[in-house]
Design a binder for this molecule. Structure first.
Ligand SMILES: [Zn+2]
Length: 409
């Protein structure tokens, strides 16, 4: 059992609670959390580790959507439009994944740890990121991704998917959790979706899918028109989308931990359906901005009583895998919400909500949650505690310590 004390504890609960001069008692899990005075009284015999002045302890950040396999990209892909980007991904994919070695991905994961990330939801297209993820101290929910829209290929694709999932499941541990990703409504055949989701239900695996990321996707799924039509005609001789948005969503009933990434073009009905499925929305603001997609309407989500979590997406559509960089971008992009309120929302989105998204017992400093937390130091005193969240987001580049499962990693 250990005790650590900081100037501020950011709980990340629904009330945005903060404890001034607080302390946490923990082993693998959080045992107790309270003011320093009260912890001293309750545990008089245990040595306390005191952090510096203006120190903050908060739950570790949870990056709920990242593609590690694209980690070598810096300047190869074309930003500014979704289809232009997609075509550049198809052209450069092999090159980028060849250069994204296990060593490079391990370095990126190490950077993520130093910048406060303690868990990730890794979307894996080929399992090239398997070694790096399972060797990292960061907890990984590893999403084996299914993709393929051609009916005559489904048997082969499904066999390949099952083989990959089986290998990933052989590494299952407390910190490495297999899960299933469906690439998107436009790229996965409904039969393949059905088979993969049957496995998810039977084995109680988390499921995630990209959903309505761009205006082009909206136009294709709703009206079979736009630049997706040219794309699908040229590539697969296809002139009709394989699913409508609501048909697609309806396939995901009875999945325990379900999430949809982006959703920036989702209608109110789509959002309502996502809510009815008890799913969460994953928001990747930098990726949306770089591909010149619509900004997620956070107020619309709130009206549907939908929570969102935060992901960086991959380096295929971002220049950083730091969650603090992502939070700063989100703070600047959503310029119609008061920055103090937004900062509280964002910290919770990146901790508590991301934990719910991935089905983890983490993301909040409270009794019995896993002891995954980060220690940071603010550059100066914060007098008004309602400004803490904003200052944490503005000023944190690297963390002082990253604790995962009670261990300083
Ligand atoms: Zn993605």
């Amino acid at each position: 059992m250990q005790i650590i004390s900081a100037s501020w504890l950011i709980i990340c609960d629904k009330n945005n609670s903060v404890i001034k001069n607080g302390a946490i008692v923990y082993d693998e899990k959080i045992i107790d959390i309270d003011t320093l005075d009260s912890i001293k009284n309750k545990y008089p015999d245990i040595k306390i580790k005191y952090l510096k002045e203006n120190s903050v302890i908060m739950p570790g950040l949870i990056n709920s959507h990242v593609h590690m396999e694209f980690s070598s990209n810096t300047t190869s892909l074309k930003y500014g439009n979704f289809i232009t980007w997609l075509n550049s991904v198809i052209k450069e994919r092999e090159n980028i994944s060849l250069k994204s070695t296990s060593k490079l991905m391990s370095n990126k994961l190490n950077f993520m740890k130093q910048t406060g990330t303690t868990s990730i939801g890794a979307i894996s297209s080929y399992s090239y990121d398997l070694q790096a993820c399972k060797n990292s101290p960061i907890n990984t929910v590893f999403f084996v991704e299914a993709i393929g829209s051609k009916a005559d290929m489904i048997d082969t694709l499904f066999s390949d998917f099952k083989a990959r999932l089986k290998e990933v499941q052989s590494y299952k541990s407390d910190s490495f959790i297999p899960a299933i990703a469906i690439h998107s409504p436009y790229s996965v055949h409904p039969f393949l979706i059905r088979e993969c989701l049957n496995i998810a239900k039977k084995e109680n695996l988390a499921v995630s899918s990209h959903f309505l990321e761009s205006p082009e996707e909206y136009e294709w799924l709703h009206n079979n028109k736009g630049s997706f039509l040219t794309f699908f005609k040229n590539l697969f001789g296809q002139n009709k989308a394989i699913s409508k948005p609501l048909e697609f969503l309806n396939q995901f009933k009875n999945i325990k931990n379900l999430s949809f990434t982006h959703c920036v073009e989702a209608s109110k009905n789509d959002l309502k359906q996502i809510k009815d499925l008890n799913a969460t929305v994953i928001h990747c603001p930098t990726s949306n901005r770089l591909l010149n997609n619509t900004k997620l309407n956070i107020k619309n989500l709130k009206n549907c009583d939908l929570n969102f979590s935060i992901g960086t997406d991959g380096l295929s559509s971002n220049n950083s895998l730091s969650m603090f960089d992502e939070l700063r971008n989100a703070l600047m992009i959503h310029d119609n919400i008061n920055p103090n309120d937004l900062s509280n929302t964002l910290l919770k989105a990146a901790t508590k909500n991301s934990a719910i998204t991935l089905g983890l017992n983490k993301g909040e400093l409270s009794h019995n949650k896993d002891a995954d937390f980060i220690c940071i130091t603010l550059p100066n005193i914060v007098e008004d505690k309602s400004l803490l969240a904003l200052n944490i987001i503005l000023h944190t580049k690297y963390v002082d310590d990253t604790i995962i499962g009670g261990k300083n990693v």
